[in-house]
Structure formats: structure tokens, C-alpha cells
Design a protein around this ligand. Structure first.
Ligand SMILES: *[C@@H]1O[C@H](CO)[C@@H](O)[C@H](O)[C@H]1NC(C)=O
Ligand SMILES: *[C@@H]1O[C@H](CO)[C@@H](O)[C@H](O)[C@H]1NC(C)=O
Ligand SMILES: *[C@@H]1O[C@H](CO)[C@@H](O)[C@H](O)[C@H]1NC(C)=O
Ligand SMILES: *[C@@H]1O[C@H](CO)[C@@H](O)[C@H](O)[C@H]1NC(C)=O
Ligand SMILES: *[C@@H]1O[C@H](CO)[C@@H](O)[C@H](O)[C@H]1NC(C)=O
Ligand SMILES: *[C@@H]1O[C@H](CO)[C@@H](O)[C@H](O)[C@H]1NC(C)=O
Ligand SMILES: *[C@@H]1O[C@H](CO)[C@@H](O)[C@H](O)[C@H]1NC(C)=O
Length: 472
């Protein structure tokens, strides 16, 4: 065979095709081929169908997922493993992932969350929260869980993970849930994580919840939940370091990205901040909440958050800092650059009296420190209130800086576009004219507001391109 034919032969093999008489080509049913980037490529690949999985939308596949992942966990130290989800509707209860592992969904694959609450076993509350967020005591597992893992990839060709959350939202509204709802994905105490090229639908509560984890890339993800679904936050990095959220589209009934770090006395004693977080090219719609929220659970501290090229549409608020006496901790070194907003209630909010305490054991003298918050190059149109910025009387929010912010007020806007209490800061080129607590200063030199230092990326793994094919 000449070079061209050899090459064609290889390509067809990759596509899982059977070559008959050199001419007739049959691509076998159930074969697959794909590629993606990962911290390392995997030595073993299996399909959920090989472990008794049935993608008919009604068979519960929890055992198939558990068995397949248990099998692949045997290879975590010898090249890693990958679980392929072919086209179909794969109903399942909660399952745990393993180390050096990839979950890959075909574009027509849908993982469906079981409607039987028993399929979401109860687990202890998060130590930095002391109790469940909806109710004290244990909480439901998430649909996909990871504990103490290294090198996990959840990806696909825009396949779907659908939590079928309506049953949970109804029970939550009727106040008949005895335990806190689970999430779609929760990865705890883990590192080197990629979640990419997938669509997440209808989570019972938050969608993606990395917690006590580091080196996380969330990319090309679509997250959709009904606008009135309760607490369906998009992406909530919680006590996490080195997180990159890029090119995501999120529509939800709560915050689009909410950075957190534990709740009151439990978060203070756990003491693990969220830091070194980059959010880029995010588009969000959140009519009842924020596009980017810092808090309200922030007792371990939040620092060094860089948000760039963010688009807010039809939302309650663009950027919101929420905290309370009793939280302790800090929110500092927050840099938002290049953001557009349309049809908003508030462009910016800071809430120093958010309340929402786990119990009455919090220390009212544990005051959060909110400082060095910069908002630059922002254009907002059809906004009811430009800024509602309320700090805390004996712990004012300080070093707030706004520059090049142009807000076009809605026809029926409030008389005073800004309303500020217990904050200090500076402003330059902000329209309409900001509250007097954001003192107007002329710009001297290039950058009026501080800009972040180069992010140290030595903790980031280099990624490899991995290709796989099969003809099962
Ligand atoms: C993920 O999505 C991006 C943007 O659509 C695309 O460029 C990339 O090839 C996709 N990756 C995979 C593995 O499908
Ligand atoms: C996942 O692992 C944790 C920790 O080992 C365990 O408590 C939990 O029961 C497991 N969950 C499932 C669904 O297997
Ligand atoms: C995970 O690590 C944490 C902290 O190191 C430890 O407390 C916990 O028991 C571990 N959990 C599992 C399931 O291994
Ligand atoms: C992925 O699927 C979602 C939901 O169907 C869709 O809105 C989105 O545009 C798709 N993304 C890509 C890159 O095809
Ligand atoms: C302005 O935004 C409000 C929602 O905040 C919306 O109802 C209204 O239609 C928008 N007006 C225009 C002119 O787009
Ligand atoms: C102000 O911000 C807008 C929108 O990001 C940008 O196009 C413009 O160049 C900025 N102006 C200055 C002086 O930086
Ligand atoms: C600012 O908001 C408070 C309520 O939070 C209100 O009482 C006060 O009148 C507002 N001030 C202005 C100038 O709108």
C-alpha cells in the first residue's frame, strides 16, 4: 500500500470501521472514536454497556456505573481508565469516581438522575458548613461524586447530565425534605480536575461543586435550569485554589458562579480559602440572582479572583459580594475587567447584612474584611439601580475602585442610581456619578484601579491530547 492508502486505512481503523475487500467499508454499530485533552491519557477503556448498562431511560444503572468504575479503579496506578457512555438515556443513582479516570459522554448520551431519593445515599455534612444547607444533619450524595482523587476528567462531545431535579424542587418548596439536596457533580479533596464539553440540566440544587480541591479547569460547559428552580447555582468553587472557568454558558434560578469557603464558625475553624480563580468568557442569565457572587458562605476567605469578558443578560445583579457579621473571613483582591450587562436590576451589589446563619452559635464579633475590590471597563444598559453597596458599620468595606464604568439607567429607574453605606473607595470615569463614598479622582498614569499580578501557573498540569477508538 502506498502512503495515502495506509493513511486512509489507519483513519478508518480509528473510526472503528471494518474494511472488506479494500473497498467496502462497514462501520460497526457501537464502535467509537474520540479525543480530548487530559492531564494524562488512559490505558483502559470500557463502555457502560459492557457492565450491564441499559440506556433505555428506565433501567436503573447504578450498579453498572459502580462496577465499571470499580473495575477501572484497578488500573489507576497503571495507566488510568476511561468509562465511555454511548448514545442512550442512562438512568442512575449516585456513584463515585476514581483516580486517573475519565468519564466520556457521546453527544447523544444522557445520564439521568434517579427519581428515587434512596438512590442518593446520605453522607455527612461538609466540615466547613457544619450542617446541610437546606437542613441540619446528613445530606444527600451528589449524582457524581469524587473523594480524595487525582486526575479526573468529566467530558464528552457535548453529552448531557440531567439531574431531573423537579421532584427535589417540589419537595424543597413544600418543606418536606429532611436532608439537604445533592448536586450534579461534587469533587472533594481532589486535584487536577477537568470538566468540559458537556451540558448539565436540572440539578436538584447546585450544579458543579468542587470543594477543598485545586487545579480545576471548567471549560465549554452549558448549564441550564428553569429560572424559578431553587438554589440551582451554576458553578460553586468552595475552598478551592487555582480554578479556571472559561467559555461557559449558564442560565439558572440562582447565582451563575458563586465562590464560597464555608459557613460561619464552621468555615472559620476549617479555615480553607478560595483563591487564584480565573473566570473568562462567561455568559449568564440569572433573573433572581448574580452572575458572579462572592459568598455568602466565605468564612475561610476569598482572595485573588480575576473575572474578564463577562456577559450578564436579564439578571438581578452583575457582581455581588454577600456576607454578614458572624462570617469572619475576608473577600479581597477581586478584579473584574471588561463586563457587559443588559436589563439588570442592579449592576453592583455589596450586602454586609446577608444573615443566613447555620445556627445561633456564631460569633457576632467575627467580622468579615472586604477590601481591594476593582471593577474596570464595564458597560451596562437598562439598569434600575447602578449600585447598592452596603458594608458593615464597624467593618466598612474598603479600597473599592471603579473606573471606566458606563451605566445607562432604565426609563423607570430610582431617583438616586447609587446607594452606599459603610464603604470607602475611589472612582474615575463612572457614569452616572457615583455615591460620594466612592470619591472621584482624576486618573494619573495608565491603570486607575489596581490590576492583578501575573498568575503563578506552576501548579497547573500540562495537558496532553488523548485519542481513543474501539470496535466493540
Ligand atoms: C470542546 O468544545 C470546544 C468549543 O466548542 C471545541 O473547540 C473542542 O474541540 C471541544 N473538545 C472536544 C473534546 O470535543
Ligand atoms: C462514595 O464514597 C464515600 C467515601 O468512601 C462513601 O461514603 C459513599 O458511600 C460512596 N458513595 C457511593 C454512592 O458509593
Ligand atoms: C479524604 O481525605 C480527608 C482529608 O485528608 C479525610 O479526612 C477523609 O477520610 C478521606 N476520605 C476518603 C473517602 O478517603
Ligand atoms: C451543547 O448542547 C446545548 C444544549 O443542547 C446547546 O445549547 C449548546 O449550544 C451545545 N454546545 C455546542 C458547542 O454544541
Ligand atoms: C429593561 O429591563 C427590564 C427588566 O429588567 C425589561 O423588563 C425591559 O423590557 C427592558 N427594557 C428594554 C427597553 O429593553
Ligand atoms: C472603557 O471600557 C470600554 C468597554 O470595555 C472599552 O471599549 C474602552 O476602551 C474603555 N476605555 C478606556 C479609556 O479604557
Ligand atoms: C438607600 O437605601 C436605604 C435602604 O437600604 C433607604 O432607606 C435610603 O432611602 C436609600 N437612599 C437613597 C439616597 O436612595
Amino acid at each position: 500500500m502506498d502512503f495515502k492508502r495506509t493513511h486512509l486505512f489507519q483513519v478508518l481503523l480509528l473510526l472503528g470501521c471494518l474494511i472488506v475487500l479494500g473497498v467496502k467499508v462497514e462501520c460497526q454499530k457501537g464502535s467509537w472514536s474520540f479525543s480530548y485533552v487530559a492531564p494524562s491519557c488512559r490505558a483502559q477503556s470500557v463502555s457502560i454497556a459492557e457492565f450491564g448498562g441499559v440506556g433505555d431511560g428506565t433501567t436503573v444503572n447504578t450498579e453498572a456505573f459502580r462496577k465499571a468504575i470499580e473495575h477501572l479503579s484497578e488500573f489507576s496506578e497503571t495507566g488510568g481508565g476511561q468509562l465511555y457512555i454511548p448514545p442512550g438515556r442512562w438512568l442512575t443513582g449516585s456513584f463515585n469516581l476514581t483516580d486517573h479516570f475519565t468519564l466520556y459522554l457521546h453527544k447523544e448520551a444522557v445520564i439521568l438522575g434517579s427519581q428515587d431519593l434512596e438512590d442518593w445515599p446520605l453522607i455527612p455534612p461538609l466540615p466547613s458548613y457544619g450542617m446541610g444547607r437546606d437542613a441540619p444533619g446528613p445530606r444527600y450524595s451528589s449524582l457524581i461524586n469524587g473523594y480524595n482523587l487525582t486526575d479526573v476528567v468529566i467530558t464528552g462531545d457535548n453529552g448531557t447530565i440531567d439531574g431531573q431535579g423537579a421532584i427535589w424542587w417540589q419537595k424543597f418548596h413544600k418543606k418536606i425534605l429532611k436532608n439537604t439536596r445533592g448536586y450534579l457533580v461534587e469533587l472533594m479533596y481532589s486535584k487536577d480536575i477537568i470538566i468540559s464539553n458537556l451540558t448539565f440540566l436540572n440539578s436538584p440544587a447546585w450544579n458543579l461543586h468542587p470543594v477543598y480541591s485545586s487545579n480545576i479547569l471548567i471549560q465549554y460547559v452549558t448549564i441550564l435550569a428553569p429560572l424559578d428552580s431553587p438554589n440551582t447555582d451554576g458553578i460553586d468553587p468552595d475552598s478551592c485554589s487555582y480554578v479556571r472557568i472559561e467559555d461557559c454558558y449558564v442560565v439558572s434560578g440562582d447565582d451563575i458562579v458563586a465562590i464560597k469557603s464555608g459557613w460561619d464558625e464552621y468555615g472559620i475553624s476549617f479555615g480553607m480559602p478560595s483563591q487564584h480563580i480565573v473566570i473568562r468568557r462567561l455568559v449568564g442569565i440569572s433573573p433572581t440572582s448574580a452572575i458572579i457572587a462572592l459568598g455568602s458562605e466565605m468564612s475561610g476567605g476569598i482572595q485573588d479572583v480575576r473575572a474578564e469578558d463577562i456577559q450578564a443578560i436579564n439578571s438581578e445583579t452583575g457582581i455581588r459580594i454577600k456576607t454578614s457579621p458572624g462570617r469572619g473571613g475576608f473577600v479581597k483582591d477581586i478584579f473584574v475587567n471588561r463586563m457587559t450587562m443588559v436589563n439588570m436590576k442592579w449592576a453592583f451589589t455589596m450586602t454586609g447584612s446577608y444573615g443566613s446563619h447555620p445556627d445561633n452559635k456564631y460569633d457576632p464579633n467575627a467580622l468579615p474584611a472586604v477590601e481591594r475590590i476593582s471593577y474596570s471597563n464595564i458597560v451596562a444598559t437598562n439598569v434600575s439601580v447602578a449600585g447598592k453597596l452596603d458594608g458593615i458599620a464597624n467593618a466598612p468595606f474598603k479600597d473599592i475602585c471603579l473606573t471606566n464604568v458606563t451605566i445607562t439607567m432604565a426609563a423607570k429607574s430610582k431617583k438616586y442610581p447609587w446607594n452606599c453605606t459603610y464603604i470607602h473607595g475611589l472612582s474615575n470615569a463612572v457614569y452616572p456619578q457615583p455615591c460620594s463614598l466612592l470619591e472621584e479622582r482624576p486618573a494619573e498614569g495608565d491603570a486607575f484601579c489596581p490590576s492583578p499580578q501575573e498568575l503563578d501557573t506552576t501548579e497547573e498540569n500540562s495537558l496532553q491530547h488523548c485519542s481513543y477508538s474501539s470496535s466493540h
